[in-house]
Design a protein around this ligand. Sequence first.
Ligand SMILES: [Zn+2]
Length: 287
Amino acid sequence: MALIDIGVNLAHESFDRDRPEVIARAHAAGVVQMIVTGSSRESTQRAVALAGSHPGRLFATSGVHPHHAAELDAECLAELERLAGHPAVVAVGECGLDYYRDFSPRDVQRRAFARQLELAARIGKPVFLHQRDAHADFIAIVREHRDALAGGVAHCFTGSAAELEQTLSLDLAIGITGWICDERRGAHLAPLVRDIPAARLTIETDAPYLLPRDLAPKPASRRNEPAFLAHVARAVARARGVELGALAETTTAAARALFRLPPPRAEDAHAPEPPATGSAAEADFTR
Ligand SMILES: [Zn+2]
């Protein structure tokens, strides 16, 4: 089985103590390639460095999450554009709107989002999109830029049937996380994922966030990691009524097509790493 985690925050500080082990465990669990999410200027710099040191296996996105929208001044945008030119960067983002947390004022979020969509169009790379509690504005802004974009994915889709239909109507791919494993707030997703065309369905962990609620046993740290992508894949396969192998094949093909990833080469395989020296730092990984 060969899976691709299209969204893993591997630059997150909770992985600082055991990142090589986390990558090795993911590969051992069938995750052959991962896209490391850049969510701020600094995390993009780290994501690109990480991807650059694991050619063919790790890739990165370059962008500013709506939480950090206020940091996107002209200089930051220029730096994102410079980083986005790195061959390991396969998308612009994550960018979008988050009216659930509202960590940046909404007009600032909308402006930062539009600037990054323009950047993606300029350099011809797809977009990695975040949206929470902002569906209508999100759709309106993407629609304005859609013709100029080289594709995109609505990452961590958690919305309704109508929202899915509108997102698909913009010819976007959909990213499904372990949210689907949450019996309290993700149960509505199981019937919905059947309506996503296989060529546009991708899977992701969003680690270290969104540890699947039904994972057993759960790590004591409650930190999610890319090795648990197979668990997400199983839940999505079950919901779609397909075999896990078939789901792995179509989601991997969909991710490779959208992000133009090369097939992994054996010589890029992960080298064995020394054992971890610590456990994940205590932190809150809820979203
Ligand atoms: Zn996100």
